[in-house]
Design a binder for this molecule. Structure first.
Ligand SMILES: Cc1cc2nc3c(=O)[nH]c(=O)nc-3n(C[C@H](O)[C@H](O)[C@H](O)COP(=O)(O)OP(=O)(O)OC[C@H]3O[C@@H](n4cnc5c(N)ncnc54)[C@H](O)[C@@H]3O)c2cc1C
Length: 391
């Protein structure tokens, strides 16, 4: 049994192999470079190549498009293991899955054949572009337009805070094909990096996940062929909601991995740090903190895996459950990484140890892919509807 994991969770042999391979890459290839990547805010190209060589990008792609045929849980297992060591690397990998979800779920056979094998091979990283400066939680307020012209669609507008922006080769971009209809007039497009009229703006300087890149995408009369429309015009917003439902367990997994890494670091430190002539792990207050951290990490993992399995079962409705996994696991990650810093004392505040980075990295899991407040609203709304149905 793995250290720090009390349950096997009935993973298949393929999933166990995937998880342990991801752990090995994380420990051998990411661990020695994580402080440097964070410090230099450098995109982890070499590590992306290692992940590609180890077939990690195939994990979530169907076999007919040169993938391994895994699903949401397989993706979560890889993200968790990468995030246990470096959440910045983990999100660069996970965002590439997010960027491909619309294509996977709603793409035509021709679109899938054109792009999925390269995504599976790790030759093309992807990104998902929804957010704009005036449309964050209120994603329906996007202003980027895609005007139908004779040669295709002309995209104009600016996307903000896009993970893998500038480094990805392929972008799923949500834009309005009918301005009058607001969110109901949104559509999804595949846009290749070298398309004329598509460029990159500001690269953000971030608090955490600094190995990942977050950039503005700028579209100025960017002409994309009509065949790059995913699904039908007007389906973009509905697709986005479904894609985010499907990807939120991945944020749960990112949070679980972070919390697991912080817990292990805190236990190791508490065992070797001597104060008052004893290791601090002999103090009941420290033991209680560690026990609570371990309980919460395991609960977050159980919920995340359960929801990922629900997604893989082919279930149609899991909006609330996916939101619950993301909210719960990210709140756990924030608490556990903060407590890990506390257990390290002053040393925890220093960059010599990994826990301050983990605490910085944890914060974003409460914000992106739907802030925890917005997701709590969505869960509460469903509870109110269920109560009304019972009355
Ligand atoms: C590092 C990073 C990477 C990102 N990557 C991507 C990406 O790859 N693709 C992409 O499209 N986007 C991406 N985003 C955008 C991200 O999803 C948004 O930042 C997030 O949805 C919140 O939107 P906002 O930042 O505009 O905050 P706002 O919507 O302005 O929210 C500000 C505050 O108000 C609260 N709030 C707003 N509305 C409500 C409400 N109705 N009820 C309760 N509280 C509310 C929020 O919870 C928050 O606390 C990324 C963001 C960051 C920081």
């Amino acid at each position: 049994m793995e250290r720090g994991v009390i349950l096997e969770y009935f993973l298949s042999e393929q999933q166990k192999t995937l998880k342990s391979l991801a752990r090995r890459i994380a420990e051998e290839r990411i661990l020695p470079r994580r402080a440097e990547l964070d410090e230099r805010e450098e995109f982890p190209w070499e590590i992306m190549k290692d992940l590609a060589n180890a077939d990690m990008f195939r994990a979530f792609i169907p076999e007919e498009y040169e993938g391994l045929g895994g699903g949401c849980l397989d993706l979560c297992l890889v993200v968790e293991e990468l995030s246990r060591v470096c959440s910045g690397v983990a999100v660069s990998y996970a965002a590439s899955a997010l960027g491909g979800f619309a294509l996977l779920e709603y793409g035509t056979e021709a679109q899938k054949r054109q792009y999925l094998p390269d995504i599976a091979a790790g030759k093309k990283l992807t990104a998902f572009a929804l957010t704009e400066s005036t449309a964050g939680s209120d994603a329906g307020a996007i202003k980027t337009t895609a005007e139908r012209v004779k040669e295709g669609y002309l995209i104009n507008g600016t996307k903000q805070f896009i993970t893998n922006g500038g480094d990805a080769e392929l972008y799923t971009v949500i834009a309005l094909t009918d301005k009058e209809r607001g969110a109901r007039g949104a559509s999804a497009f595949l846009v290749e990096k070298d398309t004329p009229g598509f460029s990159f703006g500001k690269k953000e300087k971030k608090m955490g996940i600094r190995a990942s890149s977050t950039r503005e995408l700028v579209f100025r009369n960017c002409l994309v062929p009509a065949k790059n429309l995913i699904g039908k015009e007007g389906m973009g917003f509905i697709m986005t909601l479904r894609i985010l439902d499907r990807s939120r367990p991945g944020i749960g997994a990112q949070a679980v991995g972070l919390a697991q890494g912080a817990l292990e670091a805190a236990v190791d430190y508490a065992r070797q740090r001597i104060q008052f002539e004893h290791p601090i792990i002999s103090l009941p207050v420290v033991q209680n903190m560690l026990a609570d951290m371990a309980i919460n990490v395991e609960a977050a993992r159980a919920l995340t895996y359960a929801v990922a399995r629900t997604v893989d079962s082919g279930a149609k409705h899991f909006t609330e459950e996916a939101a619950m996994a993301k909210v719960f696991a990210s709140d756990v990650a924030m608490k556990v990484t903060t407590d890990a810093v506390q257990i390290f004392g002053g040393a925890g505040y220093m960059r010599d140890y990994p826990v301050e980075k983990m605490m910085r990295d944890a914060k974003i899991t409460q914000i992106y892919e739907g802030s925890n407040q917005v997701l709590r609203n969505a869960i509460a709304l469903e509870l109110r509807k269920r109560k009304a149905r019972r009355e």
